[in-house]
Each structure stands twice: as structure tokens, then as C-alpha cells.
Design a protein around this ligand. Structure first.
Ligand code: UDP
Length: 327
């Protein structure tokens, strides 16, 4: 039986990956320090014989007994509000955390896939973004702690690949949405759906002309799985190229949810990228992958998920305080 370690395993992407690898017949170890992750996302897996949870912060030395075949490094805060609130942890998990996991991969002769991001392209001057674009990133802006940590992650991953011959994969993840996102994490999909459900106005930042392209979680997980099982070691974009302005997106949410609330405008956060759309030619050609779930269909599922949450959770619209010393 193949054994996989998934860091950030109690988070949004990580917990969906745990589900997938369990379904594929793996022994899964989820690791998380629970700063932004939540045990609720994986508690359904606890009774399974081939699922384990390690409460650990990967910026500290990572030990896993026995053999290990695969590592997926998905531990990181991933919303702009999160990394504004916990900037040092964001930098550490992308840098020190990646270093520790590459060391573990080398030791165990395991294949490692690291979760990079469209943020490596910054506020892009090339559109749509293909993998050869080097990006337009401010190292000292509020997003710098995330963007530069992920750029370092890619850099050290390629160094371990070239110098130590570690078997590596790099996925550049574009905006992804699905169940288990935190309603109050500040990202646009849970924020708009939460506002609609609570009967509040939808807060569009800036004039709403900035664009994003949203990928449904099942498509994202499929892309990551295919990349891990492929032989391709350069970075690959995984995301949905169907682009929308944020204003149009707010209108779409109003229609979908049937809310009678309106759009209100708030200041645009600093360094908010103006446009974002993945060029997925490489994923199409090398992984035979493309997204299958239309936005209307995916959003409906997530709306149903948020509706099914206990009312107490829906009421938590304010961003929670993080435990700065979780372990
Ligand atoms: N946004 C918005 N209203 C909100 C939250 C986000 O207009 O309440 C905008 C944000 O300014 C950005 C886009 O939605 O242009 C996507 O934001 P998100 O935080 O989801 O992710 P990003 O792609 O910026 O990392």
C-alpha cells in the first residue's frame, strides 16, 4: 500500500486531497498545525484504518516513521486577509516548511509535489498567464509575504531536484472554490455567499473591473492528482480559464442566491491583481486535463454546502483571531 503525507491536510485543498487519496487506496497521513485548518474537515476520516492525523507545524523538523512514497506540501495560509494577519507564519511555512519537506523527501526517496500559486505572477503584465512568464511581484507589499515565499518554494524545489535529484512536482494553483472554505476567510467566494445568506450587501472592492477565473475543487484535485502521477517536473498551471470581472461575479451570486441585497463598493486593497486567467495549454497537452465543472454548477453546490452549516457558523462573519503559538 502506497503511503502519502499531506501537509495542510485539515485545510480546504488538503482535506479534499485526503479524501481523494483515501479513495485511490492510499495510506494517508494528514499533517496540520490547525492555524487556518480545521479538524471538522477531516473528522469523517478518523475512523478509517488507513488515515492518520499528526498535529505538527512543518516549520519545525518533520519526522514520519517508516516508508513514505509521496509528499504533498499544501500547508499555508492562502487568503490575503490571512497572510496580512499572520505574515511571519506565511513566510515560514513556504520557506522553512518547504525546506523540511524537501529534506524528508530526499531521506525517504519520496516524490514531492509542492503547492505554488498564481500569485507568483503578481499583478501580471502578460495575459493570460503561461508558465514561462516570470511575474510582476512587489516583494515588500502586503502580498509579498505569500508571493515571495511561494517563489522561494519553487526555487528551492528546483534546486533539490537538480542538485539532489529529488523527484519533484510544482503546481501553480489559480483561484479555487468549494466546500470547506472558511466563510470568514476573506476570499471572495465565501464572502459573497456568506453575505447573501446573512442578507447583507455584497462588498465589491474597487470598481469591480478586476478579473479572476474560478476553478471548482473537484477539477483542481483531479489536476493535482494527474500532475503527481505524471513525469513532468516544471511548474504547471491548474485553474479554470473562464474569466469574470468581480462586479459581474457579484451579480452572478445575487442571481444564484436570490438575495434582494445590492452591491456596495469598498476600497481596493493594495497590490490587488487587476487581471488573472490561467493559460492551461501545458496541462491540456501533458496531463490531458481541463476543468469540467461550469461555474454556475459549482457555485450552486457550494451555496448548498454553506446553507447546510449550523446557523452559529454562518453568523461568524468577522475574521477570527489566530493562535500565534499553536503548538
Ligand atoms: N474581493 C471583493 N470583495 C470581497 C472580497 C474580495 O471585491 O469582499 C475581490 C478582491 O479585491 C479580488 C478578488 O475579489 O480582486 C478575489 O479576491 P480573493 O481574496 O478571493 O483572492 P485573490 O485572487 O485576490 O488572492
Amino acid at each position: 500500500m502506497k503511503k502519502v503525507l499531506i501537509t495542510g491536510g485539515a485545510g480546504f485543498l488538503g482535506s479534499h486531497l485526503c479524501d481523494r487519496f483515501i479513495r485511490e487506496g492510499f495510506h494517508v497521513i494528514a499533517m496540520d498545525n490547525l492555524i487556518t485548518g480545521d479538524l471538522k474537515n477531516i473528522e469523517h476520516l478518523f475512523p478509517l484504518e488507513h488515515f492518520e492525523f499528526y498535529h505538527h507545524d512543518v516549520t519545525k523538523f518533520v519526522h514520519v516513521p517508516g516508508k513514505l512514497d509521496y509528499i504533498l506540501h499544501f500547508a499555508s495560509p492562502a487568503s490575503p486577509i490571512d497572510y496580512l494577519k499572520i505574515p511571519i507564519q506565511t513566510l515560514k511555512v513556504g520557506s522553512l516548511g518547504t525546506l523540511n519537506l524537501l529534506g524528508l523527501a530526499k531521506e525517504k526517496k519520496a516524490r514531492i509535489l509542492v503547492a505554488s500559486t498564481s500569485e507568483v505572477y503578481g499583478d501580471p503584465l502578460v495575459h493570460p498567464q503561461n508558465e514561462d512568464y516570470f511575474g510582476n511581484v512587489s516583494p515588500i507589499g502586503p502580498r509579498g509575504v505569500y508571493d515571495e515565499a511561494k517563489r522561494f518554494m519553487e526555487s528551492i524545489t528546483m534546486a533539490y531536484h537538480r542538485f539532489h535529484k529529488v523527484d519533484t512536482r510544482i503546481v501553480r494553483i489559480f483561484n479555487t472554490y468549494g466546500s470547506r472554505m472558511r466563510l470568514n476567510d476573506g476570499r471572495v467566494v465565501p464572502t459573497f455567499l456568506g453575505q447573501a445568506l446573512r442578507g447583507e450587501d455584497l462588498t465589491v472592492f474597487g470598481d469591480g473591473k478586476q478579473t479572476r477565473s474560478f476553478c471548482y475543487i473537484d477539477d483542481q484535485v483531479e489536476g493535482i492528482y494527474r500532475l503527481l502521477m505524471s513525469d513532468y517536473t516544471d511548474p504547471i498551471n491548474i485553474g479554470n480559464p473562464h474569466e469574470t470581472t468581480i462586479k459581474e461575479f457579484a451579480e452572478e451570486i445575487i442571481k444564484l442566491t436570490g438575495t434582494t441585497q445590492k452591491i456596495i463598493y469598498k476600497p481596493l486593497p493594495q497590490d490587488d491583481p487587476m487581471q488573472r486567467q490561467p493559460d492551461i495549454t501545458r496541462a491540456r497537452q501533458l496531463l490531458d486535463w481541463e476543468p469540467r465543472v461550469e461555474r454556475a454548477e459549482g457555485l450552486k453546490k457550494v451555496f448548498e454546502y454553506f446553507k447546510s452549516l449550523p446557523p452559529g457558523e454562518l453568523a461568524q462573519k468577522h475574521h477570527r483571531e489566530f493562535n500565534k503559538n499553536p503548538l
